[in-house]
Design a protein around this ligand. Structure first.
Ligand code: ADP
Length: 421
């Protein structure tokens, strides 16, 4: 049993208990403060208070400059101090840092390692000093120093207390810096995301007017011209129509992201919606010799839907199924009621989706194939729009696939809806 503490005089024992209690409080605050400036200030203020001294400083190692830099200091001019780098090879702090050990000095001015520039520039006379390395595991990251004890000199007990504060402070500073770096990265991402959304909104708006003119004149030409000229007009018209779909996708995505996409929900049977979308894509599937079939219940299955928007979702899924399924493949659309919900499925026998990509494909602009080498075309917005609209309907959508060349199935579940009376 360690009886050392019991043999201490009563007043010393009381002071040790007070210091220990203060160290616990400090530890709690250190672990819960994430603002770097606030944290550094807290460390120096509390170290000065616990050691009852004139000033304390944190010097952190600057890897690029190979010097110690004052990160915070109590009692002195911190901004001025930050401008005075402290050399590793000609300073007490540098010695503590390089030798990775605490130092207690009773007359700093007489020490040959003393770096006098700091005291001279700040008109501060250092007398006694205790300094300890700040470590994270085995790596020394800086030095915590206390100067000029108010009564008497610093001793080994002071060095021990300062070491406890320093070891916790080093980790807390690193955590705060990591959180700060994450916040900065996050802010940059948000800025980039906003720029992307602004660009989409402006581009889709500005492209719509000239495209309208192209579409108008191309259809006049197609109607009036004859022979080869009419064929050329048809090519222009078809290309312009494709472009209109891309622009509509950009507009839909922008509206979904800004939260300005509103639905006009009405109870309606799902069967006619599926039949109409399948009718629209039938020719494209036929051109690829694909078999497009529907499995629909005879009894009307009601959903609460915005017809135009829900058609867009199914159209995006079907267009993908056709594009990502080789000639001669099969595409099946089915619907069924399950526990009051409506389950829709678009299944193909195409190229399939790797398991690691099943969620990613719902992110905007995401495409499994590299965009430089891909040969399927598209903007990568179809599924993001499909998910956005499905969620606005209170539903959910996901993809399933056994892997490469094993086909894909997209499933949508829409909430219960009763047939109106
Ligand atoms: P786009 O089709 O314009 O690239 P989407 O958001 O509709 O954009 O789809 C994103 C990606 O998901 C596609 O590029 C493709 O890699 C993958 N994908 C979508 N549907 C299928 C499918 N039926 N089979 C295989 N891959 C698919």
């Amino acid at each position: 049993m360690n009886t050392g503490a019991l043999q201490m005089p009563r007043n010393e024992l009381q002071q040790t208990v007070r210091q220990l209690a203060r160290l616990v409080e400090i530890s709690v605050t250190l672990n819960s403060t994430l603002d770097p400036t606030q944290l550094l200030n807290f460390i120096i203020q509390t170290a000065a208070e616990v050691l009852d001294c004139e000033t304390t400083s944190i010097l952190l190692f600057d890897e690029k400059r190979g010097e110690l830099i004052f990160a915070a200091s109590s009692g002195s001019d911190p901004e001025k101090l930050a401008q005075i780098p402290v050399p590793l090879d000609a300073s007490i702090a540098g010695t503590i840092f390089c030798e990775n050990r605490p130092m207690v000095i009773s007359d700093v001015a007489k020490d040959p390692r003393h770096f006098s520039q700091v005291g001279e520039q700040l008109q501060f006379r250092p007398q006694s000093l205790v300094g300890v390395p700040m470590r994270i595991q085995d790596r020394v990251t800086g030095v915590l120093e206390a100067l000029n004890k108010r009564e008497g000199n610093f001793n080994d007990a002071d060095a021990k207390i300062l070491s406890i504060i320093a070891s916790q402070a080093a980790v807390a500073i690193q955590n705060a810096r990591l959180v700060q770096a994450l916040k900065t990265a996050n802010d940059e991402l948000s800025r980039a995301d906003k720029m992307k959304n602004d660009f989409m909104a402006i581009a889709s708006h500005e492209l719509r007017t000239p495209l309208g003119v192209i579409l108008g004149y191309a259809s006049f030409l197609q109607e009036d011209a004859q022979g080869e000229l009419s064929e050329h007009a048809t090519v222009v018209l078809n290309s312009a129509l494709k472009m209109r779909t891309l622009i509509e996708d950009m507009t839909n995505m922008t509206m979904l992201q800004m939260g300005s996409s509103k639905l006009a929900l009405t109870p309606m049977p799902i069967q006619p919606i599926i039949q109409s979308v399948c009718g629209e894509v039938a020719a494209t599937a036929e051109a690829k010799n694909q078999q497009l079939s529907m499995h629909l219940p005879v009894k009307e299955l009601y959903v609460n839907a915005d017809r135009e928007k829900l058609e867009r979702v199914l159209m995006n899924l079907l267009n993908n199924a056709i594009r990502f399924t080789p000639d001669g493949g099969q595409i099946t659309v089915s619907a069924r009621g399950l526990r009051g919900e409506t389950w829709l499925e678009v299944k193909d026998t195409g190229i399939g989706i790797p398991s690691g990509e099943l969620e990613n494909i719902f992110r905007d602009f995401y495409q499994v194939e590299d965009h430089m080498t891909r040969h399927h075309g598209g903007l990568g917005l179809g599924l993001a729009i499909a998910r956005g609209i499905t969620q606005l309907h209170g539903g959910r959508i996901w993809a399933e696939s056994e892997g490469k060349d094993k086909g894909s199935t997209f499933k949508i579940v829409l909430p219960p809806c009763n047939k109106p009376i």
